[in-house]
Design a protein around this ligand. Structure first.
Ligand code: AMP
Ligand code: ZN
Length: 112
């Protein structure tokens, strides 16, 4: 989508700090980190929100989820990490391109 911030990052129109990529996903550092490590995992295809996915996205969603541990470990998060998907305004989603937050490190805030 031409007016999507994360599609622009995927296209290279907006700079990002890449951490990992493969044929299905792109992973980069959040510009306003909420913890020592704060990454965003996005699909290369534009999907706005988790509640707009269906069975046709099962392989992609599984791939995203299954990739998280190795991405986190590669960033030094040996003790574990937090993963978050905000969905829609009610979930606090600000960027309408599906993304999984990976958070970890010593300054991880409490979760309430
Ligand atoms: P969400 O509230 O779940 O939609 O999260 C969107 C995230 O994107 C926020 O944590 C922002 O800090 C992050 N963000 C916004 N613009 C950029 C950017 N240009 N590069 C990296 N992260 C960004
Ligand atoms: Zn997009």
């Amino acid at each position: 989508m031409s007016d999507c911030l994360f599609c622009k990052i995927l296209n290279g129109d907006i700079p990002s700090t890449k951490v990992f990529e493969d044929e299905k996903i792109y992973v980069f550092k959040d510009i306003h980190p909420k913890a020592d490590v704060h990454l965003l995992v996005i699909p290369r295809v534009h999907i706005a929100r988790l509640d707009e996915t269906g069975p046709e996205h099962a392989d992609l969603l599984a791939h995203m989820m299954l990739s998280l541990p190795q991405i986190a470990k590669a960033q030094g998060l040996d003790d574990g990490f937090r993963s978050i998907i905000n969905t829609g305004p009610g979930g606090g989603q600000e960027v309408d391109h599906l993304h999984i937050h990976i958070l970890g490190g010593s300054s991880l805030p409490g979760f309430k």
